[in-house]
Design a protein around this ligand. Structure first.
Ligand code: ZN
Length: 74
């Protein structure tokens, strides 16, 4: 699997609800509304909450963890 190595390692950083995405971070990320577990979309376009089915989109490797920005999908 090809990986982008042109960037420094990402560490969990929280700033204004936006956080850099990393495998370690994905394990600890939870839905900000109900603290439900999140599943990464197969195309990595977003994170979907298992509890409320909100989908938080990912822009430039940064998940937008804001309830106001999330879409609820079936
Ligand atoms: Zn949720």
């Amino acid at each position: 699997m090809a990986r982008s190595l042109g960037r420094p390692p990402l560490v969990p950083l929280r700033y204004h609800g936006r956080m850099a995405l990393s495998p370690e971070l994905l394990k600890i990320l939870v839905c900000p509304v109900d603290h439900g577990e999140l599943d990464l979309r197969p195309d990595q376009s977003g994170l979907k909450c298992r509890t409320c089915h909100r989908v938080y989109r990912i822009e430039d490797d940064i998940p937008i963890m804001l309830a106001d920005e999330a879409r609820i999908e079936p």
